[in-house]
Design a protein around this ligand. Structure first.
Ligand SMILES: Nc1ncnc2c1ncn2[C@@H]1O[C@H](COP(=O)(O)OP(=O)(O)O)[C@@H](O)[C@H]1O
Ligand code: SF4
Ligand SMILES: [Mg+2]
Length: 353
């Protein structure tokens, strides 16, 4: 659990943002975190990076306990987790040259002398596919894509085990963003580094990440292998996210959406206390009256791997093919909300309590 503001005597923050987050990352693999604005993605990045200590819970890095605050982590642990932000502009000191920006971590983490640094800086520029003659320039002389590459090179200078990428392509135009994504893919394999890749765009996550975590109001509502999003079951919120993406078809704009008007609902300022209901209740087209409005769901494993935070039995959860089918004239049969008495939920509910 993590959040902002003062903490209660039990350690619960005034503004509770993350609740029940459980993540494992592996070398050479990327976990994508998706969710709309305000769902807690950046807060999660801050917690893992040590910028915001968790209120409750523990973290480990390569089997060693990882302290919450950055100041209590070992120098090695600080080096091993690097953070790349959306805004390359504000992340790079405008007064420093590329040599200074990339040289600093080399000196701080590895105590490299000038000539060794010079060689390594050139290797880093090669890694992010930038010409060596940028070395004496300042960030203002670089394009947005080049600045983001320098940002990435600076993270790579630390030889991290984990790179947290928070919306790193969001401020870039499509073509430049796609090139950064390709570079990230290449580096993941080459350097065997793990990524915690945060994005509000499911396409971006699909193209880079092996696993995906869908977040809604600070809750991890679905964890899945990315490939399974096309064939396996979807949490109702995942379905809503996918359904809200404009498709590359002319008729898309006229087709029925899965309650996309709900997406206009502003996200909550903090996670409300949902002990008694599902956090997604107000926006869920599948809610089960008498169940979802009385009990918070527990995380359930689903066939084929992964988990969903939902009361619905797997056979009632939406599938990608349902999203396609509901756009056909016959429509989709699963969108209506269900009454608890219509389906035998009492039995499954008793196993939850
Ligand atoms: N420093 C802060 N103090 C108080 N609330 C914050 C702070 N930073 C973020 N929040 C709140 O935490 C929630 C999650 O924010 P954030 O993690 O930035 O979400 P995301 O990155 O998914 O857009 C939001 O409701 C936001 O208003
Ligand atoms: S628990 Fe109920 S309200 Fe929540 S997502 Fe599942 S069906 Fe919808
Ligand atoms: Mg954010």
């Amino acid at each position: 659990m993590a959040g902002y503001g003062r903490k209660s005597s039990q350690g619960i923050p005034d503004i509770k943002v993350l609740d029940d987050i459980n993540l494992t990352l592996y070398p050479g693999q990327a976990v994508g975190i998706i969710g709309e604005s305000g769902s807690g993605k950046t807060t999660l990045a801050k917690v893992v990076a040590g910028l915001l200590p968790p209120a409750l819970g523990t973290m480990k890095l390569a089997g060693q306990d990882l302290n919450g605050p950055f100041s209590l982590r070992s120098k090695e642990q600080c080096r091993e987790i690097q953070l790349v932000f959306q805004s390359a502009d504000t992340a790079l000191n405008p007064k420093h040259t590329i040599r200074q920006l990339l040289g600093r971590p080399l000196k701080a983490y590895f105590g490299m002398k000038r000539s060794a640094r010079e060689l390594r800086i050139k290797e880093l520029l090669d890694l992010v596919k930038l010409p060596h003659d940028l070395i004496d320039r300042k960030p203002s002389a670089l394009s947005g894509g080049q600045k983001q590459r320098i940002n990435l090179a600076r993270a790579l200078a630390a030889e991290p085990k984990l790179i947290i990428c928070d919306e790193v392509t969001s401020a870039l135009d499509t073509v430049v963003g796609a090139a950064i994504l390709e570079l990230l893919k290449e580096l993941k394999q080459k350097l065997n580094v793990a990524y915690l890749f945060i994005s509000h765009d499911i396409h971006t996550v699909k193209s880079l990440c092996e696993n995906v975590v869908v977040m809604y109001q600070g809750h991890q509502v679905q964890v899945a292998k990315t490939a399974l999003l096309s064939t396996g079951v979807l949490h109702p919120y995942t379905a809503l996210l996918i359904d809200s993406i404009p498709q590359m078809r002319q008729a898309w704009i006229e087709e029925p959406r899965l309650a996309t008007e709900h997406l206009a609902t502003p996200s909550f300022y903090s996670v409300p206390d949902h002990q008694e209901t599902c956090a997604f209740l107000e926006r869920c087209p599948h809610k089960i009256n008498g169940i979802c409005d009385r009990n918070a769901p527990s995380i359930r494993s689903v066939k084929g791997g992964g988990q969903v935070l939902c009361h619905l039995k797997p056979e009632f959860l939406p599938l990608m093919e349902d999203l396609e089918q509901k756009r056909s004239p016959s429509g989709w049969q699963r969108t209506a909300s269900i009454n608890a008495k219509d389906v035998n939920y009492e039995k499954s509910l008793s196993t939850l309590n």
